[in-house]
Design a protein around this ligand. Structure first.
Ligand code: FAD
Length: 291
């Protein structure tokens, strides 16, 4: 099938882009097109205007500054995966991005597109939740910042209006010795996750957990941070018993049943993957301490 007819625009700057958005009746932004184009071709979406932001080069950058990692919304997933800056500062991106589609989709797909599409199983929104990332939004009236906790409003519904553009995403970095792990279960390589779990963790010299974050993707309609489980883990010794308790609590997560698997199955996955991710993140944190 082919898309319904639309008018095509290709701005080259953010001011030009927000002006177009402000004056459009029913526009859609085109980033990597890996989700938008299939939806248009299947006529789930029939926008009057398509505003292609591939020529807005100021939206494509990776910066590390003052303990933060910042990505322009148009940074390709492949560029994030190939960046030494990202690999040194936040290696979990590399682990998670290998699960995102295929090399062909990552070559076009962008970090901003993934956050705006907001598939419940998508890896990049999960990482944004794990870090408590902040999204900078622009429109013709100015700019505002939205934290990841306020970003995912409902199923595939980001906190953004039709006249807004996501400009960049900022991730506060963890200590150099942090451990990390991203564990995922999908039916085939490249498929969206049935459930995935990401973890960041810091230990002191006595192997006591001083900081931890856990996110579950694919279980519920938005990525879910396990704040209560995290709170209980702080001050505990990082060992198998501690992680088994945490994993049991992870299995209490709200989960959905769909055509493929039941909520109970997703809850079991949340338990198993949380346990694995915590063990793996701890091993990596210990290795860093011994470097
Ligand atoms: C075969 C296949 C397998 C895939 N597997 C996975 C997977 O395993 N995991 C995964 O996470 N994804 C997967 N994807 C989706 C892929 O990661 C997409 O790249 C991503 O969902 C959307 O990014 P995009 O840049 O292509 O955005 P587009 O498709 O261009 O846009 C997506 C939506 O976001 C809006 N948008 C885009 N950029 C902005 C912006 N800056 N400001 C405001 N709105 C914006 C668009 O208007 C549109 O509504 C897969 C895709 C395919 C085709």
């Amino acid at each position: 099938m082919k898309s319904a007819p639309f008018t095509y625009y290709d701005p080259t700057s953010v001011p030009e882009l927000v002006d177009l958005l402000a004056n459009a009746e029913d526009a859609k932004i085109l980033a990597g097109g890996q989700s938008l184009m299939p939806m248009m071709n299947m006529r789930f979406l029939m926008p009057d205007d398509v505003i292609d932001i591939n020529g807005v080069h100021e939206l494509n950058f990776i910066e590390r500054e003052n303990g933060h990692l910042k990505f322009g919304a148009m940074t390709r997933q492949k560029e994030v995966l190939g960046s030494n800056t990202v690999a040194n500062a936040a290696p979990i991106f590399g682990e998670a991005l290998r699960y995102v589609g295929h090399i062909q989709t990552r070559t076009r797909g962008t970090i901003g597109g993934s956050l705006c599409h907001l598939d419940p199983s998508a890896e990049l929104p999960a990482i944004a939740s794990l870090y408590g990332a902040e999204m900078k939004i622009a429109n013709a009236d100015g700019e505002r910042t939205v934290s990841m906790d306020d970003w995912a409003l409902a199923y595939m519904t980001p906190n953004i209006s039709p006249e807004d553009v996501l400009v960049d995403i900022t991730f506060p970095l963890w200590g150099q010795n942090h451990g990390y792990a991203f564990e995922e279960f999908a039916r085939r390589h490249g498929d969206f996750a049935i459930t995935a779990v990401g973890t960041l963790l810091e230990l002191d010299q006595n192997q006591i957990i001083t900081k931890v974050a856990i996110v579950v993707a694919g279980a519920d309609v938005t990525p879910t941070r396990l704040y209560d489980v995290e709170k209980d883990l702080i001050g505990q010794i990082a060992n198998e018993g501690t992680f088994a308790d945490a994993a049991n609590h992870a299995s209490e997560i709200e989960a959905m049943t769909d055509a493929y698997v039941t909520a109970t199955y997703r809850q079991r996955l949340a338990k198993t993957l949380t346990n694995r991710a915590l063990i793996s993140a701890t091993e990596r944190a210990k290795e860093k301490q011994n470097d």
